[in-house]
Ligand binder design. Structure first.
Ligand SMILES: Cc1ncc(COP(=O)(O)O)c(C=O)c1O
Length: 297
């Protein structure tokens, strides 16, 4: 079942107009919630961010927050989702194409659930990443439908066979195409301050809380590409990726490295590969997050 404004309908019954401003301009906002054990994880934080995004782009919520919450919970229940995600978006509504806000239009709300399991393999083994310039606008704190720069960056990563694109502005790392990033140096976690250059990740905020509880020092401070390359540990975080270690950046291993010898036949050259594995603090935080979620590792 799909949430379509105030109704729950089949996909075939969802009729969104070609004149929807989401279609013309990406004029809308969205949220992605994680569902664990049939419950919307960090629901209040997501609803709060949705409200902030809506206010920032001046799209009125289609109903009260309590009613919206009721609809989202009903959507999860109707679909019988135990472990998955809920995607929802609100566009400014339907109107003849023109840049200014239309006068008489109602926001259009759509939402659906998908069954998704936790990305155990990536969380255990880590992923590789590529760095790319952050070419986005200056309000990355708004969870807007306009994701072209993110899509382009992710596609470039995919074409290079990498798991994620790490974005930077003039050498300062901001976040990733669809996640936040943190590095660890000498036992301290560094992550970009929650300002207009990054999305204020719900997982990011939770990790900062969990780190504090585990007496791990956190600095909400910018770091450079060189500091990323020289980090002891690095990981991405987000609703679906949770805490996923980064094991190499731009082909260079991150953190814990050792040389792996591949011995050839006598007389042949010996191959040496630098390999990397997820670090201790990353592992500690993964365990803390799993506990918090209520799922043991
Ligand atoms: C650009 C970007 N940054 C960060 C995040 C992580 O945010 P959250 O932890 O709220 O999922 C996302 C999630 O989709 C994202 O798209």
């Amino acid at each position: 079942m799909i949430l379509f404004n105030d109704r729950f309908v089949s996909k075939e019954e969802v009729h969104v107009s070609m004149d929807d401003r989401g279609y013309y301009f990406g004029d809308g906002i969205y949220e992605v919630f994680r569902i664990y054990n049939g419950i919307l994880f960090e629901k209040e934080a997501h609803l709060e961010r949705l409200t902030r995004s809506a206010e920032a782009v001046r799209i009125p919520l289609p109903c009260s927050l309590t009613e919206l919450e009721r609809r989202l919970e009903r959507l999860v229940a109707l679909n019988g989702i135990n472990e998955g995600t809920l995607y929802m978006q609100i566009t400014r509504g339907e109107a003849k194409r023109a840049h200014p806000f239309p006068e008489d239009t109602k926001p259009v709300l759509t939402g659906y659930c998908t069954e998704v399991t936790r990305p155990m393999k990536a969380m255990m083994e880590g992923i590789t990443a590529v760095t790319l310039p952050d070419i986005r606008w200056l309000r990355c704190d708004i969870k807007s439908l306009n994701l072209l720069p993110n899509i382009l960056a992710k596609q470039e990563a995919v074409e290079l066979g990498r798991g994620e694109a790490i974005l930077h502005r003039d050498g300062i790392v901001t976040e990733c195409s669809a996640s936040n990033i943190m590095i660890v140096k000498k036992g301290t976690i560094y992550t970009h301050p929650a300002n207009h250059y990054i999305l204020h990740g719900i997982t990011r905020a939770l990790i900062l809380k969990l780190a504090e509880e585990a007496s791990i020092k956190v600095m909400e401070q910018t770091f450079s590409l060189d500091e990323l390359y020289g980090a002891d540990e690095a990981f991405i975080c987000g609703t679906t990726v949770e805490i996923t270690p980064i094991i190499s950046v731009d082909g260079q291993p991150v953190g814990n490295q050792w040389d792996k010898l591949k011995l050839g036949e006598p007389g042949e050259t010996t191959e040496v590969a630098h390999v990397s594995q997820p670090g201790m603090i990353t592992r500690t935080l993964q365990t803390a997050l799993s506990r918090y979620i209520g799922i043991s590792n």
